[in-house]
Design a protein around this ligand. Sequence first.
Ligand SMILES: C[S@@+](CC[C@H](N)C(=O)[O-])C[C@H]1O[C@@H](n2cnc3c(N)ncnc32)[C@H](O)[C@@H]1O
Length: 236
Amino acid sequence: MAGVGYIIRCKAGLAIRRITHSLEKQKILADTQFLKKKFPQLEDYKTFTQQYRDRYLKDYEYYVENVSCAGHAVSFEQVLFMRGLCDLIKPKRVLDLGSGFSSYIFRDYAASGKDIVVWSIDNDSAWLQKTKDYLEEKNISSDNLVLWQDFIKGKREPFDLILHDMGDMAFRQSELNQVLNMAKPGGLVILDDVHKRIYGRYLKQLFKRSNIRYYNLHSFTYDPLCRYSFMVHKKK
Ligand SMILES: C[S@@+](CC[C@H](N)C(=O)[O-])C[C@H]1O[C@@H](n2cnc3c(N)ncnc32)[C@H](O)[C@@H]1O
């Protein structure tokens, strides 16, 4: 039979998990409300993102079926949010870390405006080549496709918008500080796959310790594989 000490520890653990869960829910709600207030277009999110759904869904379905796979490619929910965000904040310099379908949608956004620069980076040269082939197949710019190891050697101007979705979770964590430093003051950094427990917990602790402002994008980016993202707002 389980001892009293064991039962108390289990109950305490359960209570802590419930409190954490409820605080998390409150943050999601507060962040969603904040973003909807800042960008009223997000209020009716389904209507706002319909134009992107119409534009990219067929391409996305083809991509996950024939080029990558659903587990590796960025989620379609993330695609809709990022592409909408581009139209809302109109970033001039975009850094796409972890090439793939994201490279296509950022470059499609760049083609819709003037003087918009997109860099797509990967830590896997074979995958980078695959992205290049895909972009060429789509007849869209394949400039500025660079290996991470080479990209960090050069001095770069900071970026307005960064997606950090490159390599495995250990790699993302190890490169995180460097990535955050690449954002402009006031810039935004999207960190995907924060549903991964260790990574998500690491990020929350880091943000708290370093007083980094971030939004939980669960309401916008949660997908059928339970993935979602955070968005850091770099101090001005
Ligand atoms: C989550 S993926 C990046 C997805 C990318 N941002 C996109 O929009 O499709 C993370 C890393 O996995 C690798 N990768 C992407 N797709 C892959 C695949 N189908 N098979 C193996 N590795 C892949 C790349 O090196 C990439 O940096």
